[in-house]
Ligand binder design. Sequence first.
Ligand code: T3D
Length: 266
Amino acid sequence: PDSLVLSSQRGAMRTLTLNRPAALNSFTTEMHRALLAELDAAAADPLVRCVVLTGAGRGFCAGQDLADPAVAPDLTPGAPPKDLGAMIEQHYGPLLRRLRTMPVPVVAAVNGVAAGAGANIALACDLVLAGRSASFIQAFAKIGLIPDSGGTWLLPRLAGRARALGLALLGDKLPAAEAERLGLIWRCVDDAALADETHALAERLAAMPTRALVQTRLAMDAAQSLSLDEALDAEARLQGELGAAHDYLEGVAAFLAKRAPQFTDR
Ligand code: T3D
């Protein structure tokens, strides 16, 4: 059978493509395992300096596969409930943690609808590009659930409380252009340009100082629960570390010599 997650390398860009197009790339247990394994492999590969996450076919990801027998509720009266909490802890939690601790920048190339966990996985990436026909749907409330995959943490931070609750309670389809306007994503681009724009962005990120980019993400996430004083202390500590690393010397030397820098730190 076809791989549930396709992996391809172009220069320093590793593209991971969710590949269950007939079910809009919704997550089964097997696809979770495959994606986590591919993310681990990308993280461990020194040739990879940027990871792109996208979807095969007309959708990005429709969240949990609601027909997956391992997870879907047994609808016969009196049947015991499935333990969704355990499933989230086993699969979506590790996936979100993996994405936010990747040692390279992660770009989401949202090629079509991103619903439920699929929306929040996309929004958790470092930079989100979306095709104009793509959309984001907080589908959870429609089936009696709360936004998971980091949605309760991320949405208010991205959109503010009023918009986060509007999106989560109503579950309306948010077109990519509107997602850009609300500040949920980096850019909405024409569908036909998505692949080229993604490649250009990934190449650009790959040529940058990877370690500094990743520390930027980690520091911004950590600062969400810090006071300004604590954040200033954390910045001083991290800048101390980066200031003693190769890429800083290279960046300054390249600037002064008016040449392109060659960054290598990870
Ligand atoms: O529940 C738990 O296990 C806990 C986990 C929670 C995490 C979550 O992600 S909860 C949210 C789960 N996702 C959803 O509720 C979204 C369900 N899908 C939709 O609402 C719609 O499919 C879309 C709005 C995303 C797209 O609509 P449309 O009209 O473009 O496509 P479609 O015709 O609905 O879907 C195309 C096919 O994909 C269709 O199959 P078919 O009829 O051609 O054989 C459809 O059943 C299938 N599909 C789409 N989403 C899912 C799915 N199959 C299984 N699970 C899905 N989530």
